[in-house]
Design a protein around this ligand. Structure first.
Ligand code: NAD
Ligand code: DAU
Length: 332
């Protein structure tokens, strides 16, 4: 099988490529990535000799059309992915997340190639802390930020291309990922690398917001389960029952890194900050037989901290610029 992976130099995409080369050695992988601030060719160094890398934009139709024509399957990770950036400057989110997905849909439609579209639980908006309901495949879309609105738009385009043009596509909406190679702008790696560089961790507001954490390898194994067993036209929600408040996650990081419980700063909250995400992944588990392998969040977090300790050469070059961007906003 020839697999085209968009956004394969980013956090989840690079881990997906590693897993694919390791567990599916018969698959030929081509990565298409624009290498924005969030894409790092170094993240693909461990598998460099086993894949083809193409530097380019998912919204460039002639390029995408040529690559899709040579593929049997496309897995679409490429996106602008950070909520805080979408509040500072939404335009690239429209171009990459919406126009890029449209471009890919036109190419897979023209060549009859299967597509798996990677999306997020943020398309559903947020839940109250005490709401017994969790998101599932029939939850209505209600996105809050420019990022989540652009991902919701992309999902709706995929659904329309399935229904109107018979495109063979699946969609997955996953909760918050953690693990190696995540950009230091994101919550968990930002706090780990702050501590490693002598900067105090930053908690937005009171830290009561809840995220539903999943290890990136469990997400990517779920994607492979969908590629192998999923039904075209279907949506699958991916989650590992990992709800934690930001305050609890930070407390765990501080404890695992030998810091005091109060060694952090409260900073200005994110405008429009979603309160809680929670995924019901019963469909994926009962219909396709997937289950997460990382069962202990503390252990997964400890392994992630070790990875950042051992791989300073990977994150150090973009740490200062990331903190400067936060300084220009309000999340100091
Ligand atoms: P990331 O920001 O780490 O990586 C995004 C990658 O896409 C980068 O390599 C970047 O260079 C590339 N890219 C950006 N614009 C591009 C363009 N126009 N053309 C080609 N490549 C481009 O993101 P991530 O956290 O790995 O997220 C990957 C996907 O998973 C996204 O679609 C995101 O919405 C989704 N997702 C993320 C999470 C999470 O917790 N991080 C959870 C659920 C879903
Ligand atoms: O739910 C899936 C989504 O998870 C993905 O679609 C997004 O691509 C991904 O970035 C992530 O979005 P969040 O906005 O939830 O992730 P982030 O790491 O930015 O923030 C996690 C929580 O931590 C959120 O409630 C905001 C808070 N936070 C974040 C940062 C960067 C802090 O308290 N301090 C911080 O410094």
């Amino acid at each position: 099988m020839r697999l085209l992976v968009t956004g394969g130099a980013g956090f989840i995409g690079a881990n997906f490529v590693h897993l694919t080369v390791r567990d599916h050695p018969d698959v030929q992988v081509t990565v298409l990535d624009k290498l924005t601030y969030a894409g790092h060719k170094e993240s693909l160094a461990p598998v460099g000799g086993h894949i083809e890398f193409v530097h380019g934009d998912v919204a460039d139709f002639p390029l995408v059309d040529r690559l899709v024509a040579q593929a049997d399957f496309v897995v679409h990770f490429a996106a602008e992915s950070h909520n805080d950036n979408s509040l500072r400057g939404p335009e690239p989110f429209i171009n990459t997340n919406i126009v890029g997905t449209f471009t890919l849909l036109e190419a897979v439609r023209s060549h009859g190639v299967r597509l798996h579209h990677i999306s997020t639980d943020e398309v559903f908006g947020d839940l109250e802390l005490d709401d017994p309901q969790r998101f599932d495949e029939v939850t209505a879309y209600n996105p809050s930020s420019p990022y989540s609105a652009s991902k919701a738009s992309a999902d709706l385009l995929v659904r329309a291309w399935v229904r109107s043009f018979g495109v063979h596509a699946t969609i997955s909406n996953c909760s918050n990922n953690y693990g190696p190679y995540q950009h230091v702008e994101k919550f968990i790696p930002r706090q780990i690398t702050n501590i490693l560089t002598g900067v105090r961790p930053k908690l937005y507001g009171e830290g009561l917001n809840v995220r539903d954490w999943i290890h990136v390898d469990d997400h990517n194994r779920a994607v492979w389960t969908i590629l192998e067993k999923g039904t075209a036209g279907e949506t699958y929600l991916i989650g590992a029952d990992g709800e934690e408040s930001n305050r609890n996650v930070l407390a765990l990081i501080l404890d695992l890194m030998g810091c005091g419980a109060d060694d952090f700063d409260h900073v200005a909250d994110r405008p429009g900050h979603d309160l809680r995400y929670a995924i019901n992944s019963s469909k994926l588990r009962s219909e396709l037989g997937w289950k997460p392998e990382f069962r202990d969040f503390r252990d997964g977090l400890a392994a992630t901290i070790d990875w950042y300790r051992l791989n300073e050469a990977w994150w150090r070059p973009f740490k200062d610029a990331t903190e400067r961007a936060y300084d220009r906003g309000s999340q100091r």
